[in-house]
Structures are given as structure tokens and as C-alpha cells.
Design a protein around this ligand. Structure first.
Ligand code: ZN
Length: 278
């Protein structure tokens, strides 16, 4: 998960989009409770039309898991669900259905219920809170009082809470989430489950990336020795190449870049080149 600056969202939208969204929001607000979902869903084209604009902010990667999204019809997730909230009686945060800061560009593994042979997850209508008494039920309630148990890519401090082990599994950050009864730990634990961050398919991709990283680091050790002992210019070129490839793997546009960053940091002290990357 990488941070997305909420101020950049409105800047990438088409000039007439806010007008259309405001018109739709007004119509939904004037609709009786029992018909609201139907009207919201009928207007799905409003958020679907800006899918590509949201994708640009993350180099077409899912905002939750950083996997590449080539094509998906449902790539816009409402962070606060628009029609219902799973597990409780709630009409959904319908007043945020056409609010761009409630949108998260998302892959189907993160935003829909999915099962693999060994894992299940997917956010769907889930929006768990630490304290249910603070939940907003209407547009006049204070959203800022809610304490979501979901990491939000629009919150810079949330992004830092997610960590990975050497097996490719997403985990709470070992120091930032040290207290297992604390809010941070619970938030990451719940997010890993609901965003399906450790689904088999994603784990395999992360493990493959980890093996590529370690190969490059191992080879770089040989290059470093050849440079030091023989002033080997071929090894120098190869080392430069390895360093630039490793830097690409942690760059903003690379798939699973935060995972790659964690893996390389974990090799500091083992491989000398790991210290040259940051
Ligand atoms: Zn995802």
C-alpha cells in the first residue's frame, strides 16, 4: 500500500465531473430510504467513468494491495460502503456515493468477497470500527469521530503500519504495531483479512519478487568483490545495472513496491548492496 494524496484526486477528474456528481447526490438525497440503493446503483457510470483517472494516481495499481490492474469493471471501491454496512442495520454511507474522496481504485481480490484454495477475504460492504457507538448514520454525523479498523491509503500514517515477512506475508509493522491490543495492530490485522492481502495468488507473486531481489543482491556481492580486487570494469557496469533494477523495484510505479522495499531493508547487514539502495 502506498500513500495517495487526497488533494490530487479532484485534480485528475474531468472538468464537468463534479457537476454531474453533485446533481446525482442531490437526486439521491431526495429519494426515500427504501429506493436509495436502486438509484445509486443506476448511476454507477458516474464513478466508473473516472476509473482511469483514479488509476493514473497509482500507475494502474490497486490502492490497497499494489497489484497491477489491467482491466476490471468494478475497480472503484467506496471506502465507506454506499448501500449497506455488513453485520449491522445501516443504510450505507449513501451521502458519500458520489464523493471522490470516498473512492479507492481497487482490484477484485481487495474489494469483493473471494476465496482461493487456502484463503478467503474481500472488503465488499465491510466497514468495521473500533467503537461502534461512534459510527455515522447520516450526513450530519461526524465522520472524523469514527475509528475505522481498515487501513486507508489516503492516510499517510496508515500506510506505514503495513509490513511483510520474508515469506511474503503481510503483517502488522513489528515496532509501530507492537501492542497487540492496540488500535494499530487490530487495524492492520483486520485489513489483511478484509483486503485479502495474503491471498495465495498475491503471496506467490510476492515470493517470486523476493527471489528476484535476493538473486540480484547475491550477484552484486560478487560484482563488488571483483571491483575491489581487480578494478573490474565489466563488474562495475553489472553492479550499476543491478542497483538501478533494485531501485526500479521500489519505485512508485512498480508492482508490490512496498513489499520490495521491506525485503531489501531486511537484507541490510547481509548484502552490502542493500545499504546502497536507500
Ligand atoms: Zn488489491
Amino acid at each position: 500500500m502506498r500513500y495517495i494524496n487526497r488533494k490530487t484526486i479532484s485534480k485528475v477528474l474531468p472538468a464537468d465531473w463534479h457537476k454531474k456528481a453533485a446533481y446525482a447526490a442531490k437526486e439521491v438525497a431526495g429519494t426515500p430510504d427504501d429506493e436509495r440503493s436502486k438509484i445509486i446503483n443506476k448511476k454507477a457510470c458516474i464513478w466508473q467513468e473516472i476509473k482511469d483517472c483514479l488509476a493514473k494516481l497509482s500507475h494502474k495499481k490497486c490502492w490497497y494491495c499494489e497489484s497491477n490492474i489491467d482491466r476490471s469493471d468494478n475497480a472503484v471501491d467506496h471506502f465507506r460502503p454506499k448501500n449497506a454496512v455488513s453485520g449491522i442495520i445501516h443504510s450505507g454511507y449513501w451521502w458519500l456515493a458520489f464523493e471522490e474522496t470516498n473512492y479507492r481504485f481497487s482490484c477484485t481480490f481487495c474489494n469483493s468477497k473471494r476465496k482461493t484454495s487456502s484463503t478467503s477475504g474481500g472488503k465488499q460492504d465491510e466497514f468495521p470500527l473500533l467503537d461502534e457507538a461512534k459510527r455515522a448514520y447520516s450526513k450530519n454525523d461526524d465522520l472524523d469521530a469514527e475509528q475505522p479498523l481498515l487501513l486507508d491509503p489516503l492516510n499517510e500514517s496508515d500506510v506505514a503500519l503495513l509490513w511483510f515477512d520474508q515469506n511474503g506475508e503481510a503483517q502488522p509493522h513489528p515496532t509501530l504495531c507492537k501492542n497487540k491490543n492496540g488500535y494499530n495492530y487490530k487495524k492492520v490485522e483486520k485489513s489483511i483479512k478484509l483486503y485479502h492481502l495474503n491471498c495465495q495468488d498475491t503471496l506467490e507473486k510476492r515470493l517470486y519478487l523476493a527471489s528476484q531481489i535476493e538473486n540480484k543482491l547475491q550477484n552484486s556481492e560478487i560484482f563488488l568483490d571483483k571491483i575491489d580486487q581487480y578494478a573490474d570494469t565489466t563488474a562495475q557496469l553489472a553492479l550499476n545495472n543491478s542497483i538501478s533494477e533494485l531501485k526500479m523495484m521500489i519505485s512508485e510505479g512498480a508492482e508490490f513496491s512496498k513489499f520490495a522495499e521491506t525485503i531489501i531493508k531486511g537484507f541490510r547487514g547481509t548484502y552490502r548492496v542493500a545499504d546502497m539502495i536507500f
